[in-house]
Design a protein around this ligand. Structure first.
Ligand code: GAP
Length: 458
C-alpha cells in the first residue's frame, strides 16, 4: 500500500521535476501534463525495459513504428468510427457530465463495471439503485448518448469530409494493417508478435486522477498472432509474462491482481480478457488489459481493404486468418503505479528520509558524483563524472553537506552516490554509497563504470 496520497504524489512530482502541469504559465490545459528532467528519463526507461523484455529478449516478437495519422478507412474497419464511444449522461439539476458506466463502477466499488452494457441497462441500473449525482445529490439525469472519443482533424488545406483524419486512439491498428508487411519482411512463421510503443489520443469524457486517464498518452502494445485453437494457451502465456514483468520492475504482489472479465463484460469478439489491476490510492484500477481478440481485427481489415490477410502455413499448407492475443498497457499508468509502489518514508534512528526505491534500471540518474570538499576535490570529481557519463546517466552535486546530498538523491531514486575525497587523489578510489541499504564500499575508479553498470541491468 502506498505511503502517499494522490495530492502528495502530484506535489512531489512537481517539486522534484518528474511531472508538471501542461501549459502552466498560461493557466494550464485541463488534463495535460509535461514530463520534467526526471520524468522523461523514467518514462524512457520504462519503455526501454518493456522493449527489452518484449522485443529484444522474447524469441517470438519483432518491433514496429507506424504513423499516428492513418487512412480513415482503418478506423471504419476497426469499428472505432461506429462504436468507439462512451455513454455520456448529464445531471439535469447541476449540468455535471458523467460516464454512465463509471458512475456505476464507482457506486458499486468496482463490483459492476458497466462495460459493454446497452444504454437502457445502464440507465435502469442507475435509477434502480438510486445512484444520485455525486455533485448535487439529485437523481435527475438526461438520456444516455454515445460520444465518440476520437479526435478528428483534416489533412491538407481544405476542410471537408474527404480529408478527415483521426489522431489514433490506440497503436494496435497500425500493427494490424502492417501484419503482412512485417510477417513477410521478417520471414516470421505464426506464432509471432509485433510490438509498438507510441502516442494515442482519446477525447475522454472524464479524464482525471492525475496521469491515470488523460487525453494524450502513450501505449506499449503487442499483437500476438497465433493459429486458431491455440489462442487460450498463448493468452495464459502472455498473462504470466506481463505479471512477471511487473514483478521484476518492483511492483509488489499485494498491490497487483488479475481480474478475469465475466462473460457479459467481454467484447463480442473476445473469448477471454483479463485486466491486470494495480492498487491505486482510490482502489484497484486497470493497469494492463490482456485480450484474446480471435480473428476479428484482421478479418475486418481484410473485408474492408480487400487485401488478402490470410496466412499460409508452410508446414501443412493450411490457410487461416491468425487469432490475436493483445496485451496493452499505458506508459503513464505504469509510471504512476511505479511511483506509488516505490515511494517510501523511512524512519531512521534520529531522522526520517524520503526514498524512491526504483529498480536501478528505471532510476532517472544511475549515479551521483559528489566532491567531498569543493575546493580540493572538484577536478577529480568532474573527471569521474565525465568518465561515467559515457555509459550512464550521471548527476553532479557539490552543494551542502554530504548527508543532505544523499537525502536529495534518495528522494529521486538515485541508486548510487560516489564521493570523491583525498583517497581518490592519492589511491584512485572512491566511496560508493547504496541508496537502499545506505551501506558504503570502496571501489577503484578504473572499475567504477563496470561496478555500477552491472548493478543497473534489467
Ligand atoms: N488496443 C487495446 C486498447 O487500447 P484499452 O484497454 O483501451 O485497450 C489499453 O487501453 C491500456 O492503455 C489501458 O490498460 C491503460 O493502461 C492505457 N490507457 C487507455 N486509455 C488511457 C487514457 N485515457 N489515459 C492513460 N492511459 C490509458
Amino acid at each position: 500500500m502506498s505511503k502517499l496520497t494522490m495530492e502528495e504524489l502530484v506535489a512531489y512530482c512537481k517539486q522534484t521535476g518528474f511531472v508538471y502541469q501542461g501549459s502552466e504559465i498560461y493557466g494550464g490545459l485541463a488534463n495535460s501534463w509535461d514530463y520534467g528532467p526526471l520524468g522523461v528519463e523514467l518514462k524512457n526507461n520504462i519503455k526501454k525495459a518493456w522493449w527489452k523484455r518484449f522485443v529484444q529478449e522474447n524469441p517470438y516478437n519483432i518491433g514496429l513504428d507506424s504513423a499516428i495519422l492513418m487512412n480513415k478507412e482503418v478506423w471504419v474497419a476497426s469499428g472505432h468510427v461506429g462504436g468507439f464511444s462512451d455513454p455520456l449522461i448529464d445531471c439535469k439539476e447541476c449540468n455535471t457530465r458523467y460516464r454512465a458506466d463509471k458512475l456505476i463502477e464507482e457506486f458499486t466499488n468496482g463490483k459492476e463495471t458497466g462495460d459493454n452494457w446497452e444504454n437502457e441497462r445502464l440507465l435502469k441500473f442507475i435509477y434502480d439503485n438510486n445512484i444520485v449525482c455525486p455533485n448535487c445529490g439529485k437523481l435527475n439525469y438526461t438520456e444516455i448518448r454515445k460520444f465518440n472519443l476520437m479526435f478528428k482533424t483534416n489533412q491538407g488545406v481544405i476542410e471537408d469530409a474527404k480529408n478527415t483524419v483521426y489522431l489514433r486512439p490506440e497503436t494496435a491498428q497500425g500493427i494490424f494493417v502492417n501484419f503482412k508487411n512485417a510477417q513477410r519482411t521478417s520471414r516470421r512463421k505464426v506464432p509471432f508478435g509485433i510490438c509498438q510503443v507510441g502516442k494515442s489520443f482519446r477525447n475522454e469524457i472524464t479524464p482525471g486522477n492525475f496521469i491515470f486517464r488523460t487525453r494524450e498518452f502513450e501505449q506499449m502494445e503487442l499483437e500476438f498472432f497465433c493459429k486458431p485453437g491455440t489462442e487460450i494457451e498463448w493468452f495464459k502465456y502472455w498473462k504470466d509474462y506481463c505479471a512477471k514483468f511487473l514483478k521484476d520492475l518492483g511492483l509488489k504482489d499485494e498491490d497487483v491482481h488479475l481480474r478475469d472479465h465475466e462473460k457479459d463484460e467481454l467484447s463480442f469478439y473476445s473469448n477471454a480478457t483479463t485486466d491486470i489491476e494495480f492498487r491505486f490510492p482510490w482502489g484497484f484500477g486497470e493497469l494492463w488489459g490482456i485480450a484474446s481478440r480471435t480473428n476479428y481485427d484482421l478479418t475486418q481489415h481484410q473485408n474492408h481493404s480487400k487485401a488478402n490477410l490470410e496466412y499460409v502455413d508452410p508446414d501443412d499448407n493450411s490457410r487461416y486468418i491468425p487469432y490475436v492475443v493483445e496485451p496493452s498497457v499505458g506508459v503513464e499508468r505504469l509510471l504512476l503505479s511505479i511511483m506509488f509502489s516505490s515511494y517510501d518514508k523511512e524512519k531512521l534512528e534520529n531522522d526520517e528520509r524520503e526514498v524512491l526505491r526504483l529498480h536501478p534500471f528505471l532510476a532517472p540518474y544511475k549515479v551521483a558524483v559528489f566532491p567531498l570538499i569543493k575546493k580540493y576535490h572538484s577536478d577529480k570529481a568532474l573527471e569521474v563524472y565525465n568518465m561515467l557519463s559515457k555509459d550512464l546517466m550521471v548527476t553532479y552535486d557539490d552543494a551542502g553537506n554530504i548527508g543532505k546530498r544523499y537525502r536529495r538523491m534518495d528522494a529521486i531514486g538515485t541508486p548510487f552516490c560516489v564521493t570523491i575525497d583525498d583517497d581518490s587523489l592519492n589511491n584512485n578510489t572512491v566511496t560508493v554509497r547504496f541508496r537502499d541499504s545506505m551501506e558504503q564500499v570502496v571501489v577503484n575508479i578504473n572499475e567504477l563504470t563496470n561496478f555500477i553498470s552491472e548493478k543497473v541491468k534489467f
